[in-house]
Ligand binder design. Structure first.
Ligand code: HEC
Ligand code: HEC
Length: 369
């Protein structure tokens, strides 16, 4: 049985006012490797857990092998090469700012992102769905609450080959003067008094290791925006792409469909894909390819619509039921922040716009189709 499942179901019942708390589903056994919580959580306890402890209790892979948080990279953000002058935050020469088309929801924090390649190097873009980055690549993602700088995350490729082993990842938490930020390998709750969670290295890895070469938002699909926004055209103009695409890729379908496919790609596809650590336990795939030509052919349609999920609540078995968001597990799990929450880390509050986007899409689907 899935630990804490009854608690998740109970909260779901409270939110959606359906029947009595359903019993946890059968068919969970294969997921046990993901569950590290003791089987003692009572439904009531789980229901009253605050979001922070619920996050700790959520299923996660046993990462005991890689929980050593010794950080051997730069201790300060000012040593990472992002700024020419850290106290004024003038960017170093060559740093490109970019924004993916479909951003990850992080409880409303505002973000900026930066990319720098070593001089003379290029991203290997031969496979447009799986870019491979040169050694020495650095990426930063900065988080603010209002005007206050909270943290800046770093991905830096320090080794040869692809995948997590070649990368150093960590978040830097800003000081009150905003003159510099210090590495926080174990993460931090509520930096500078803001309601915000700084992920630990282990948490960074739980998302970033599921994508072949670790970088998630610098991709053909995510950068197909207007020139000047750190788009494909801008990277191409710098000579940073080994195999520029003749045409920027587009997501298929009408507006409501495209928005939902893009949202699910940006917020879920980095975990729900063929390279993910749990790809054998769940068949749900929400990552798009530049080759997708019609909605019905996308992994999202093929693995979610009218498809039973591995885990299910009684009454909420299918990933997506056309026309019925409240009976669609995708939408329902996006709306909770308990043990069943999706995403299962990185967010303490559901995304109202994301929920509306996915709801509109599900309502637009024809029943039976
Ligand atoms: C819940 C999943 C999740 C966690 C946890 C997470 N990231 Fe990310 N990260 C993403 C996604 C998705 C993107 C791309 C979309 C975006 O930027 O909005 C991204 C983007 C980035 C980027 C910009 C380059 C890129 O890959 O697109 C950096 C740098 C980054 N993350 C670093 C980190 C570091 C360091 C940590 C840990 C301190 C971390 N991230 C934790 C999901 C996550
Ligand atoms: C950080 C990784 C991660 C992200 C991001 C993520 N998921 Fe998941 N998801 C998982 C894991 C692990 C499981 C399997 C364990 C479980 O069911 O909780 C799962 C399971 C699911 C399931 C049940 C699948 C099945 O076969 O039983 C659904 C539905 C789901 N996720 C929807 C979503 C949606 C929608 C999003 C984006 C809004 C999302 N997930 C984002 C990790 C993630």
């Amino acid at each position: 049985m899935r630990p804490g499942a009854a608690g998740g179901a109970l909260l779901l019942t409270a939110v959606h006012c359906t029947q009595a708390a359903p019993s946890p589903s059968a068919g969970d056994s294969g997921m046990d490797a993901l569950d590290t919580t003791p089987d003692t959580t009572s439904a009531l306890d789980a229901h009253h857990q605050d979001s922070a402890s619920a996050r700790d209790a959520r299923p996660r892979r046993d990462t005991s092998a890689d929980t050593s948080m010794a950080w051997r990279g730069p201790a300060r953000l000012s040593e990472t090469g992002l700024y020419a002058d850290p106290s004024r935050r003038t960017l170093a020469e060559g740093v490109l700012s970019f924004t993916p088309r479909y951003e990850l929801w992080t409880d409303g924090a505002s973000k900026r992102r930066y990319l720098l390649l070593p001089a003379g190097s290029r991203i290997n873009t031969a496979d447009p769905d799986h870019w491979r980055f040169p050694q020495g690549t650095r990426l930063w993602k900065e988080f603010r609450a209002g005007d206050r700088l909270l943290e800046t995350r770093l991905l830096q490729k320090v080794g040869p080959g692809d995948g997590m082993d070649a990368w150093q990842v960590v978040a830097y938490v800003w000081n009150d003067d905003e003159t510099d930020a210090l590495a926080a390998p174990n993460g931090l709750e509520n930096p500078r008094g803001a309601s915000h969670h700084v992920p630990s290295i282990e948490e960074c890895q739980q998302c970033h290791r599921n994508v072949r070469d670790v970088v998630i938002g610098v991709s053909a699909l995510q950068l197909a925006g207007a020139p000047g926004t750190g788009s494909l055209a801008d990277l191409g103009a710098r000579g940073w792409l080994s195999d520029p695409l003749a045409e920027a890729p587009s997501i298929p379908g009408e507006a409501a469909v495209r928005e939902a496919l893009g949202y699910l790609h940006g917020n879920c596809g980095h975990c729900h894909n063929d390279d993910s650590y749990f790809h054998l336990e769940s068949a749900l795939r929400l990552r798009l390819s530049v080759r997708d030509r019609d909605p019905a052919g996308t992994p999202t349609y093929r693995t979610a619509i009218n498809v039973p999920m591995f885990h299910f609540y009684d009454g909420i078995q299918l990933g997506v039921v056309p026309g019925e968001p409240a009976r669609s597990q995708l939408w329902v799990r996006m709306s909770v922040r308990d043990l069943w929450a999706m995403p299962n880390l990185g967010s303490l509050r559901p995304d109202p716009e994301g929920l509306a986007t996915v709801r509109a899409w599900i309502l637009s689907l024809r029943p039976g189709g």
